[in-house]
Ligand binder design. Sequence first.
Ligand code: NDP
Length: 419
Amino acid sequence: MSRVLIIGCGGVASVAIQKCCQVSEVFTDICIASRTKSKCDDLADKLRGKTATNITTAKVDADNVDELVELINSYKPELVMNIALPYQDLTIMDACLICGVNYMDTANYEPEDIEDPQWKEIYEKRCKEEGFSAYFDYSWQWAYKEKFEKAGLTALLGSGFDPGVTQCYCAYALKHHFDTIETIDILDCNGGDHGYPFATNFNPEINLREVSAPGSYWENGHWVEIPAMSIKREYEFDKVGIKDMYLLHHEEIESLAKNIPGVKRIRFFMTFGQSYLTHMKCLENVGMLSTTPIMYEGREIVPIQFLKALLPEPATLGPRTKGKTNIGCIFTGKKDGKDKTYYVYNVCDHEECYKEVGSQAISYTTGVPAMCGALMLLTKKWDKKGVYTVEEFDPDPYMEALSKYGLPYEETFEPVLVD
Ligand code: NDP
């Protein structure tokens, strides 16, 4: 019997909510709250009668701590699932602390306004000290560790696929297959085709910022930063085929570097087609990816937000997308003094996802782990007070839940390695 408040009702949240409703013996009551209440009402109407979960809805601006506190205090959930945007991570964590409620999300904190001088000062110091320049990092949320410990609460960070399942794969590899892991390559392949010349599979602002930023990887105890898209490899993915992939910075590298003892190198690769990259470069060159407001005909507009309004809504890609995703981790390391390699991955089919929940595989592969993370906390299979990322918990029950609710894993002990 658990009451859960879910904030956000976009692509990922709608999958997570539908999945929670499939496990109504645990998720007995959910409240879906977002900025646009009509979206929450539409989803609740669609689900009523098909699930034993009691669903209510609310309007909330999650940038506003007071509004959040009022909603949490009136609904009295055990857990708040933040599936809005990374911009809201800290305000929702603050509200959870004030109300004494557990917290989880699917992506680490990133500020909406990167020109904010207070934030910028800390950011520039971090770039110099740590050696990577992504706008997001864990320091903001790790700073809450003591507060959550003292309050006897848990905050689970990044329970999506990557971050999320990829870190669970690392914990699983370490627990069952290696004495020491030396290298980790995280490979994220989307072999899907939606038929549009250009669209992003999830929130365009978050997606385009990530892809247009410099890449970086962890090697021998420090970050190595490279120009965006400057390391390219070709890889043959099971059930997808040969794809070009590019080295990106990705948030889970930061926590894995801390939590996988002795790891020498961690890289993250994502596949992109040439057409996507050409469109993105062109938009970047003309300033459309900028988050800095400009004046247009007497009105302030943010170029990337204007672009978002022009692009297809990620949620509308579902019915058009064909093909599969393949996301997983390749490990090298030692077991019983011998060299060993291991590749664990999930293959997910866009059309199958659409049939089940009306979304493509990108939202599905994030929404299912969000539900599974909540399930771990609510059933107390994961029960540690403080602020944690996925690899810091026992991977076995999470792997089991992922397999049961739609994301089974496949494995090979003879993978082709990435050079
Ligand atoms: P969407 O843009 O589709 O949805 C975001 C939702 O958050 C919308 O319902 C939006 O409401 C709501 N929202 C935004 N701002 C506020 C606010 N101030 N107050 C209340 N609600 C708000 O995003 P996605 O579903 O694609 O992504 C959701 C999250 O998942 C993001 O944090 C993203 O980074 C993360 N993600 C994680 C992945 C992983 O593998 N770990 C992969 C993909 C995404 P409205 O519609 O009214 O604006």
